[in-house]
Ligand binder design. Structure first.
Ligand SMILES: [Zn+2]
Length: 70
């Protein structure tokens, strides 16, 4: 029998689950624009994934020349 979670697909939950991967943040964080990483980190934090949000920002900021944008 399917659980309620399996019955109701939550695209935001799936997005957050995929993008809370620290290895993905490590490989892609520096490729995003400041605005892109800000909204991604904001969504992760809003869904309770604070460590993942900080990881994305840290990986991005290591290569970002505009630290005042974050
Ligand atoms: Zn930046």
């Amino acid at each position: 029998m399917l659980t309620a979670e399996e019955l109701f697909y939550d695209p935001v939950k799936t997005f957050v689950d995929v993008f809370s991967d620290s290895l993905l943040a490590c490989h892609v964080g520096d490729l995003l624009t400041c605005g892109e990483v800000n909204v991604l980190a904001g969504l992760l934090a809003a869904r309770g994934h604070h460590d993942a949000a900080e990881r994305w920002l840290a990986e991005h900021q290591a290569a970002c020349g505009e630290p005042h944008h974050h």
